[in-house]
Ligand binder design. Sequence first.
Ligand code: NCD
Length: 325
Amino acid sequence: MWDLSRGGVISTKELSSGQLVGRNVLSLEEFAVGEIALILEKAEHFEEIVASQGRLCLLSHKILATLFYEPSTRTRLSFEAAMQRLGGGVISVADAGSSSVVKGESLTDTVRTISGYADGIVLRHPEEGAARLAAEVASVPIINAGDGAGHHPTQALVDLYTLRKERGHIEGLHVALVGDLRYGRTVHSLAKALSRFSVRLTFVSPPELAMPQDITQSLKGRGAYIEETSDLKEAAGEADVLYITRIQKERFPTLEEYERRKGCYKVDLSLLSRAKEGITIMHPLPRVNEISSEVDEYPGAAYFRQAANGLPVRMALLALILGEE
Ligand code: NCD
C-alpha cells in the first residue's frame, strides 16, 4: 500500500487494473492519486518479476511505437526495454531527422499514420503541448515522454517511485529541486506531483532560472509549502533530498545566456560534508557537470538507481494502459 496522499494511506483496492486501459498520459495532473499509487504498486510487482523471470508474455500481441524528435537515452530505451520485457514488439523513430519529418510532414500526419501501425505511441517533442496535439488526432494512447519545457509525467512517476524506495515514504519529506527550474520539464512535473502530498519543497535556482510563477502560484494555491532560494549550501543543510537538474542548454534563446548560467551549482563531497545526514541525491540524468563524479560512491547518490527504476515503472504503465480491460 502506498502512503501517497496528504494525511493518509491511499488504498488502491477500489481501483481495478482495467481503469487505466486506453488512457493518454499527457501530464500527471489528469491522474488521481489512487491511480498513481496503482501504477507504483504495479511497478514494485514488476521489479520483483524482472529479477526472477526476466521476460513475460503479457503484451505479446501488442506493438509500441516510440517517436522521438529530441535526443534520449533513458526514456526511450527504458520504454523499449519495458515493452520487450512484457513480451511486446517495438517500432521506433529514434531520430525524427531520419523520418518523413525532413520532407516537411506535420506532427499530426505522422502521429495519425503511426496510429495505424502501433497500439500506443511514446512521443518526445521540443514543443510544449505537442503530446496534447498528438492525442487529438491519434486513435491509440499517447504517452508524453517530454514536450519542450512542459511536462515529463513518466519521469515524475519514476521519481516518486525512487523517493519511496530510497526514503521508505514520501509524506513529510523535505525535497529541494535545484538548477534550471525555468526550462526543466522534469522539475515542473515533479513539483506538481509532490505538491499533492504532504511534503516541504524548496526551489533552488538563480533568479533568472526560477520556477515559472504560474506553476509556483498554482501549487501554493493548492496549499503546497514552498520556499525559494538561490543558496544551495543552505538548502543542502536542511533538505532530505536534493533533486539536481541540468541547465537546459537547448532551450536558451542564445548561447551567451546559457554560458552565463552553466555551472551555477555543483554538488561535490565538500558540499555533502555540510549536508543533512543521510541526504539523498537524485538527478533525472544526463548530468553535465552539476554533480561531481566523486559523489557517485556516496551512499545517498541515487541517480543511477533512479534511472534503473525507469524499467519497472514504465512496465507498469504499459501493462495498465495497453493491457486488457
Ligand atoms: C530529462 C529530459 O529529457 O527532460 N531526461 C530524462 O528524460 N531523464 C532531463 C534532461 O534532459 O535534462
